[in-house]
Design a protein around this ligand. Structure first.
Ligand code: ZN
Length: 62
């Protein structure tokens, strides 16, 4: 299998490329998705399905 070298991930909601994404569950499908900070602000408030699973960060350049 070819190995993809990707430095950044896409937000599963807005498809924006971000350096920092949050791994969360936001609906009844219980599926883990990655969302950017902007989308997190939109999906988190009052969401009874919301569960936080960690933060993903691309490797920082020095
Ligand atoms: Zn987003």
């Amino acid at each position: 299998m070819p190995v993809k070298r990707i430095r950044s991930k896409c937000c599963d909601r807005c498809k924006k490329n971000e350096d920092v994404l949050y791994r969360v569950r936001i609906d009844e499908s219980r599926a883990w998705i990655f969302v950017c900070p902007d989308c997190l602000e939109q999906v988190k408030p009052g969401n009874s399905f919301y569960q936080y699973g960690g933060t993903w960060k691309s490797k920082k350049r020095h």
